[in-house]
Design a protein around this ligand. Structure first.
Ligand code: HEC
Ligand code: HEC
Length: 276
């Protein structure tokens, strides 16, 4: 069935081309949000350590964009995250996190398990290089209690010394569009995605390289504060293509702050010191 739908991949499986790996995912799942009755995802992926031209990469990452949207600009329903324009180091770390089971999504993990680190890096750099504008935030302030959004904004931009919580912006950048090379942006993400990621850190389902700053951050967030933060963030639209800040610019803005929080996945970025 899949070979019929994707003859190009069937050709790629020819025994004379051993460097090509054919990955075949044929999944029938009523649980998928998009309620696909049957979906075939095929990827003919070259394992050779070549640095593919962007046009090749578009072709080779077709299995990825099947879920992550054209040019990696996210699936339609908030479930499949955007990849376009995110910092390359962050994307690469996530591919490693799935491979090494610090994050869990089996359909994707099967796809990347056989790929070399160089290939994962090439894909991360490719998606990072795509400058695709963000759509406006899907949510508006209408119907949302202003005090909830204000609490969210305060935590995001100033933190809460009483809780020992640094401002989210002290690591994710004052524009909240992330910091090169390893810290992702927080704006342009759907509410469901934000809630599920922070919830996954709270339950230990998602982890980052140790020390895992986000595991410490979510420990300090009550359910009400977590909701305030995600509701505030999901209502912000990043300017332009939402480009991440350079590390130099970010550092010059947070230089006054103490540097007690070091993140294993973002060695160059540290937050203001947490008060006891
Ligand atoms: C079957 C659908 C599917 C396919 C195919 C797929 N992904 Fe994913 N991917 C997901 C989902 C769902 C998540 C979010 C999982 C979670 O909640 O942690 C994800 C997360 C990611 C992330 C982390 C994004 C972030 O902002 O943290 C990266 C990077 C990624 N995928 C890259 C890829 C690449 C590269 C490919 C192709 C080799 C690929 N994905 C193929 C469904 C898919
Ligand atoms: C001390 C630095 C630090 C602080 C403070 C911080 N973060 Fe993070 N955050 C990180 C790092 C580093 C990552 C990337 C982790 C990884 O590689 O998986 C991250 C990742 C995330 C992600 C995952 C994004 C995605 O695309 O999947 C979310 C959501 C997030 N942070 C939300 C927050 C919120 C909300 C706050 C404030 C309440 C906050 N962070 C404060 C360092 C920080």
């Amino acid at each position: 069935m899949c070979a019929k739908a994707w003859p190009r991949c069937a050709n790629a499986a020819h025994p004379n081309t051993p460097e090509v790996v054919l990955l075949l995912l044929d999944f029938h799942s009523a649980g998928l949000a998009r309620a696909w009755a049957s979906v075939c995802v095929l990827a003919g992926v070259f394992m050779a350590n070549v640095h593919a031209a962007p046009s090749d990469m578009a072709e080779r990452t077709r299995a990825c964009t099947h879920c992550h949207g054209e040019q990696g600009k996210a699936g339609p329903d908030g479930y499949y995250p955007r990849l376009a324009g995110k910092p390359a180091g962050y994307l690469y770390n996530q591919l490693q996190n799935f491979k090494q089971r610090r994050r869990h999504y089996d359909l994707m993990t099967h796809l990347i398990d056989p790929l070399s680190d160089d290939y994962l890096r090439d894909m991360a750099m490719y998606f990072s290089s795509l400058k695709v504008p963000y759509p406006p935030a899907a949510l508006t302030s209408a119907g949302m209690a202003p005090e909830v959004l204000l609490r969210g904004k305060t935590l995001v931009t100033q933190g809460d010394a009483r809780l020992g919580l640094p401002a989210c912006s002290s690591c994710h950048g004052h524009t909240l569009t992330g910091v090169q090379p390893n810290v992702p942006g927080l704006v342009g993400l759907p509410l469901d995605y934000l809630n599920s990621q922070l919830g996954a850190w709270q339950s230990g389902q998602r982890q980052a390289h140790a020390p895992d700053c986000m595991a410490q951050v979510v420990k300090r967030l009550s359910p009400a504060d977590l909701m305030a933060v995600t509701h505030y963030l999901a209502r912000q639209t990043p300017a332009g293509v939402g480009a991440p800040l350079s590390e130099e610019v970010h550092r010059s803005l947070v230089a006054k702050q103490d540097t007690a929080w070091r993140c294993g996945s973002a060695a160059g970025v540290s937050a203001e010191k947490a008060k006891p």
